[in-house]
Design a binder for this molecule. Structure first.
Ligand code: FAD
Length: 433
């Protein structure tokens, strides 16, 4: 008899966990409250364009957990490598290559020659784990020993990889852990041909082909517990029983679900933490704007634009172009409702680098408070464990949980770790039957 698993939440974490366990012979039911799968990786079609709610840059591609899903489950991933030759920094009065490769480091004007050497030395020290940071010291403070231009560049890099306007607040050990992983790869950034939709469809396909069930518009509203176990979850009209439960829903949803149980205090801490939010402004154009850039980061404004359609031509009608601009927000800016100002700033960056975009604009999508990561990795904020000692058969995954990397990598890796744990105890649930 196969073990039963209920997965709550059909975002990237829930889908990948559900697909992997179904593939390994578990009887899996996935419950998603929305009409469509994907969560924050949902694809929104509009006037012939496919807007991804969140973009699909995969950092540290060679080491990404997606590679494990590719090999193990035969998930199809159409990797599209980032084009370093088309990536630039806008420093206000001039643009200069982004130092994403050794060749580009030589070409860039963001550092003088002496600091270029120091930068290369920093990379080597990070790779060799000579630089590890210090517990309790944020990276901004830790890097004060470095010359200002070098410190500034390292913080600028962190802004883009952590999607934050407050890179100086990233814990220094996390910073070096992240970059030792990223610098060790041949493909630091890659996109996905077919966008997130291809990954969502891929996992859903593996799940259903292996006997799994997907139920959308099924919001889980209550959990039943007994002693140290979850015994069931309640949907709209149905109660789902299982041996294992994987909750791939954010901490605020978890607190609501577990609010009436003795486990509620476990989730309270993670509800207090602030999410990582940005302003996103996608534009769908009827024809391409000629430009030397597929990626440009305006350092002063902390806004970056990616030509998504350069990497994923399935998101546009023939001859069109789809670009995504992201403006980072500080917590203060969020509290002071500065999103409207950011929208105007983004438009000015589009004007500067893609002149004429307004004349060929067909569709746009603006999100003034998009949650890129449910728990932002700054200060003393901690990611949630994937398992608590006091609940025997409940597991947790998502970009608010402990795992590798940042953003979707946390969703995929926490889901992978959770399924590893379930697979390691295979059969034990029925030993007493
Ligand atoms: C603008 C933007 C840009 C981004 N860019 C990148 C990028 O370039 N690279 C990258 O790696 N990542 C990026 N991300 C982040 C990435 O999109 C997320 O990390 C990832 O999609 C999170 O997936 P998840 O499954 O962990 O969580 P979610 O997507 O939040 O999934 C949770 C799911 O649970 C469902 N749910 C909630 N409550 C219930 C309930 N009670 N019952 C049933 N279902 C429920 C929700 O509807 C949702 O589908 C970006 C995000 C944004 C917003």
């Amino acid at each position: 008899m196969s073990e039963k698993v209920v997965v709550v939440g059909g975002g990237l974490a829930g889908l990948s966990a559900a697909a992997r366990l179904a593939y390994h012979g578990y009887e899996v039911t996935l419950l998603e409250k929305a009409p469509k799968l994907g969560g924050r990786a949902i694809t929104i079609p509009m006037k012939g364009f496919n807007f991804n709610f969140g973009a699909h840059a995969i950092y540290a591609r060679d080491k990404s957990v997606l590679r494990k899903y590719e090999h193990e489950l035969n998930l199809k991933v159409n990797w599209r490598d980032f084009s370093p030759k088309k990536a630039y920094y806008d420093l206000g009065s001039f643009t200069t290559p982004m130092p994403s490769t050794l060749e580009r480091l030589f070409q860039t004007k963001i550092l003088d020659n002496k600091n270029k050497l120091r930068f290369a030395y920093e990379v080597i020290k990070t790779l060799a784990h000579i630089e590890r940071g210090e517990d309790g010291v944020p990276i901004g403070e830790y890097l004060k020993k470095e010359p200002e231009p070098l410190r500034d560049l390292l913080l600028t890099l962190a802004s883009s990889n952590f999607f934050t306007n407050e890179p100086e607040k990233i814990p220094s050990p996390l910073f070096f852990q992240y970059y030792s992983r990223l610098f060790a790869t041949h493909h630091a950034v890659a996109y996905i041909g077919g966008g997130w939709q291809s990954i969502v469809d891929g996992f859903a396909d593996i799940l259903t082909k292996n006997g799994g069930r997907i139920l959308t518009k099924e919001k889980v509203q209550q959990v039943e517990t007994e002693d140290n176990r979850v015994t069931a979850v309640h949907g709209k009209d149905t109660v789902y029983h299982a041996d294992h439960f994987i909750f791939c829903i954010p901490p605020k949803e978890l607190l609501t679900l577990f609010g009436e149980t003795r486990f509620a205090p476990l989730f309270e801490e993670y509800n207090r933490y602030v999410p990582n939010q940005v302003v996103v402004y996608d534009v769908g154009l009827s024809k391409r704007i000629e430009s030397p850039y597929t990626y440009i980061y305006h350092k002063g404004e902390r806004v970056f634009i990616t030509d998504i359609s350069y990497y994923d031509e399935t998101c546009i009608p023939e001859g069109g172009q789809l670009m995504q601009a992201v403006a980072y927000l500080t917590q203060e800016e969020i509290e002071q409702n500065k999103a409207d100002e950011k929208v105007a700033t983004i438009e000015s960056v589009y004007d500067k680098h893609f002149p004429g975009w307004r004349d060929v604009l067909v569709a746009k999508r603006i999100s003034k408070r998009a949650t890129v990561q449910e728990i932002k990795c700054i200060d003393d904020q901690r990611l949630m464990p994937t398992k608590f000692y006091s609940i025997a058969n409940a597991y947790f995954a998502g970009d608010w949980c402990q795992g590798e990397g940042q953003l979707s990598e946390l969703s995929f890796s926490s889901a992978y770790n959770v399924t590893n744990r379930i697979l390691a105890h295979r059969g034990e649930e029925h030993m007493g039957d």
